[in-house]
Design a binder for this molecule. Structure first.
Ligand code: CA
Length: 229
């Protein structure tokens, strides 16, 4: 199976570094220098499973590229390439629909581990046996990996879907951030638990009646979250 990754980065040296390392790890790398070019290459290569997006670019920036990808594609895995000086970019990137971020400068091992983890989630896994989990007003279809609320489809990213599945399989149970991180991102994930909070914040906006006063995803202070009824 061809494992295609899109790399959007305007700096040739960084793009080359990523290309060499991902190729060595067995990926086919599709390169783009601008956001416009990246969107075009995504249209031409429907089988790209993971995209790495730099943020500071000539023309449209990485956040806008992420938004435009997510408008039509919830399955692709998206990793933002952020600079160390841009702490807020991580959160902004995740709020625009990214699954993960890597801070420059990063090591080849870190980069490859992140891409591997996302690649496994972004559609690599075999379809599951059990068809659906119903907890009114929610219906989670584990075959199509979709969620409905009151019969209406809620568009989720793969990460959001995995979190919802974990919640719905564990109703009423307090889940620690670390537990969620291990289950959803994998034990080999290098990142910080903060990523859990950011994804939950985004998920609440999608599934709660009022995200300011959540009733489904409850915070367990100092610990994690509980799928509560
Ligand atoms: Ca750049």
């Amino acid at each position: 199976m061809v494992r295609k990754v899109l790399v959007l980065e305007d700096e040739a040296s960084i793009r080359g570094f990523i290309e060499i390392n991902l190729t060595r790890a067995g990926y086919e790398v599709i390169e783009a220098e601008t956001g416009e070019e990246a969107l075009e290459k995504l249209r031409d290569n429907a089988d790209i499973r993971v995209a790495l997006l730099d943020i500071m670019l000539p023309g449209i920036d990485g956040f806008e590229v992420c938004r435009r990808i997510r408008a039509t594609n919830t399955r692709i895995g998206i990793i933002m390439l952020t600079a160390r000086s841009q702490e807020m970019d991580k959160v902004t990137g995740l709020m625009t629909g990214a699954d993960d971020y890597v801070t420059k400068p990063f090591s080849p091992a870190e980069l490859t581990a992140r891409v591997d983890a996302l690649f496994r989630r972004a559609g690599g896994a075999a379809p599951e046996q059990v068809g659906e989990i119903r907890q009114e007003p929610f219906l989670l279809n584990t075959r199509n990996r979709t969620l409905e609320k009151n019969g209406q489809r809620v568009k989720l990213t793969q990460v959001e879907y995995s979190i919802m599945k974990m919640f719905m399989e564990n109703p009423g149970k307090a889940l620690s951030r670390e537990e969620i991180l291990d289950t959803v991102w994998g034990r080999d994930y290098f990142g910080e638990v903060k990523i859990v909070d950011v994804n939950i914040r985004r998920l609440r906006l999608k599934i709660e009646d009022n995200a300011q006063n959540p009733t489904y995803i409850n915070t367990v202070w100092g610990y994690g979250y509980k799928w509560g009824f």
